[in-house]
Design a protein around this ligand. Structure first.
Ligand code: HSE
Length: 314
């Protein structure tokens, strides 16, 4: 079965490595990419919006490629596609743009052929490509996820974000590839640092599940990756050390960076102070950056009705 009229989907951005949850804890964020996919006579890829200039418009396009993986897995053939896409998620800044593209492309393709594959299969396939189950799980299932990847199979449990949790991101204008940020990491860590992170990742997961925002400050600490990456993001060390003194519940590098993220109680009177602090520290280090208040996104990728999707490509 192929839906000749096509499908339209909306997929959220995500933050990975939440605090101590390196490669483990992710959260979907209220920043989105949109994909429309239809069967066609000949393949045409139509990206629109900022940052889409370099996106391939032929069959090497990532969304086209992941769609074909889904069709092959499902034993279907849809070789020619019209794909329109628009994204508000900045690329290579640590906000899960590639996971969103992979999850969105796979979800759209599966919807186009009547959903033969379960979401758990899409999770495995997307993680095999993307490698980061915390980004993939968050974009697929929404909310906060605690995710595990054994090289073949991904597991994840979704946690409903606490109602008062809000997220401030400071998105530097420069790009940082995950490969480069990964090269900054040591090959092994001490038992003390491993225990430090396991204990805090466990506490953070429990605190978020229980809505205990008061525990986030202690629970957000990390010793596995942030300090090794601080030279790649000037100002990061100071922001992570001092954000709490400006009202944040905790702060972290988002994914492999360069975006910095602070968790905040949405009722806090310190929101303007925190935002100014992040902007000023980055400006002192001559880093151009955009700040944005986001919500945890409770929904994962989903199909839009024609009416909801009207005008998304504009
Ligand atoms: N967890 C990965 C890393 C980034 O820190 O290298 C995923 O966005």
């Amino acid at each position: 079965m192929i839906l000749e009229q096509g499908v339209r989907i909306k997929v959220p951005a995500s933050t990975a490595n939440l605090g101590p949850g390196f490669d483990t804890l992710g959260m979907a964020l209220s920043l989105y990419a949109y994909i429309e996919m239809k069967p066609a006579e000949a393949t045409v890829i139509l990206p629109s919006g900022d940052g889409m200039q370099g996106i391939p418009r032929d069959k090497t396009n990532l969304i086209y490629e992941v769609a074909q993986m889904v069709f092959e897995e499902a034993g279907q053939s849809v070789p020619e596609l019209e794909i329109s896409m628009r994204s508000d998620i900045p690329l290579t800044r640590g906000l899960g743009s590639s996971a969103s593209a992979i999850v969105g492309g796979m979800y759209a393709a599966n919807a186009l052929i009547g959903r033969p594959l379960p979401d758990s299969k899409l999770f495995d396939m997307a993680t095999a490509l993307e490698k980061h189950p915390d980004n993939v799980g968050a974009s697929l299932y929404g909310g906060i996820v605690t995710a595990v990847w054994d090289g073949q199979h991904a597991e994840c449990l979704r946690i409903e974000p606490p109602a008062d949790l809000e997220v401030l991101v400071a998105i530097p204008a420069f790009h940082l590839s995950t490969v480069k940020a990964r090269e900054a990491l040591p090959r092994s860590v001490s038992m003390a640092d491993a225990v430090f992170n396991v204990s805090r990742a466990s506490l953070l997961t429990a605190a978020l599940s229980a809505g205990r925002l008061d525990l986030i400050r202690e629970a957000m600490q990390d010793r596995l990756h942030q300090s090794y990456r601080s030279e790649l993001i000037p100002g990061m060390g100071q922001i992570l050390r001092e954000a709490v003194a400006h009202g944040a519940l905790g702060a972290a590098l988002s994914g492999a960076g360069p975006t910095l993220l602070a968790l905040m109680d949405r009722n806090s009177v310190h929101k303007p102070e925190l935002e100014s602090f992040l902007s000023e520290v980055l400006a002192q280090h001559k880093i151009e950056a955009q700040t944005m208040w986001l919500d945890p996104c409770r929904e994962g990728v989903r199909e839009l009705t024609v009416k909801e999707a009207a005008g998304f490509g504009e």
